[in-house]
Design a protein around this ligand. Structure first.
Ligand SMILES: C[S@@+](CC[C@H](N)C(=O)[O-])C[C@H]1O[C@@H](n2cnc3c(N)ncnc32)[C@H](O)[C@@H]1O
Length: 218
């Protein structure tokens, strides 16, 4: 209990002094997570007007806000592109974003998402999904791996030729297997650690581009 209180106190201290938390308040982002995506997007040019973007694990909505701002709107105020966001939890609406609440591990939720695509290829799949951790390392690593695999399956089935997949995952027992599986399906796979991702956090991002199935078809 004492240990837990100490770590809560440390988290609060860090949070209060965190420059990204302050910046998020100024920029009106719902969380500092926006800056992780912003840095990766600035370095790797992921988001472009006109894209169809699917976001997995979107609540509270900072990535959705970032993506909508990057896509921009046309003269009539309509979003230049389409964003479909999904989360287990409810999410306050973000203008221009279609939100679907459900557990991405459930086949029925995947079907609802696929129905919204209406047969169109996706340009960018973003996943910031993070499982609830049990504290049992092997069980947690398996959950992380499962989410990474589900995002991969979805991307392999739905990305267009120039599509890209960005996932947040964690350095765990299965990390090298996750990267190896991504490499089976993509010509380019990079591991990224943006500045807004805390050094001591095991989280890491994997950016996969050049879907191989499409290269083989053409
Ligand atoms: C770190 S938060 C995402 C933050 C978000 N990118 C943002 O910028 O506001 C991780 C989210 O993943 C969601 N999540 C975890 N497992 C999920 C699952 N199986 N299906 C859907 N969402 C999931 C959680 O509910 C949580 O809201």
């Amino acid at each position: 209990m004492i240990k837990k209180n100490r770590s809560n106190k440390r988290w609060l201290q860090e949070h209060l002094h965190d420059p990204f938390v302050k910046q998020a308040q100024k920029d009106n982002f719902r969380s500092r997570a926006a800056y992780k995506l912003q840095e990766i997007d600035q370095d790797h040019r992921l988001v472009h007007p006109g894209q169809l973007i699917v976001e997995l694990g979107s609540a509270p909505g900072a990535w959705s806000q970032y993506v909508v701002r990057r896509l921009g709107s046309d003269a009539s105020g309509a979003l230049r592109g389409q964003v479909i966001a999904l989360d287990l939890l409810p999410m306050e609406p973000v203008d221009g974003v279609q939100f679907l609440q459900g557990d991405f591990r459930e086949p029925e939720v995947l079907q609802r998402l696929e129905a919204l695509l209406g047969g169109r290829r996706v340009d960018l799949v973003l996943s910031d999904m993070a499982p609830n951790l049990s504290g049992i390392a092997s069980a947690d690593a398996a959950r992380v791996e499962h989410l990474a695999d589900l995002a991969l399956d979805f991307a392999v089935n739905w990305l267009g030729d120039d599509g890209a997949l960005l996932i947040k995952t964690f350095h765990s027992g299965f990390f090298s297997q996750i990267v190896a599986r991504y490499k089976q399906h993509f010509g380019s796979v990079r591991t990224l650690k943006p500045k807004a991702s805390r050094e001591r956090s095991a989280e890491v991002f994997v950016l996969a581009r050049q879907p191989k199935a499409h290269a083989a078809e053409s």
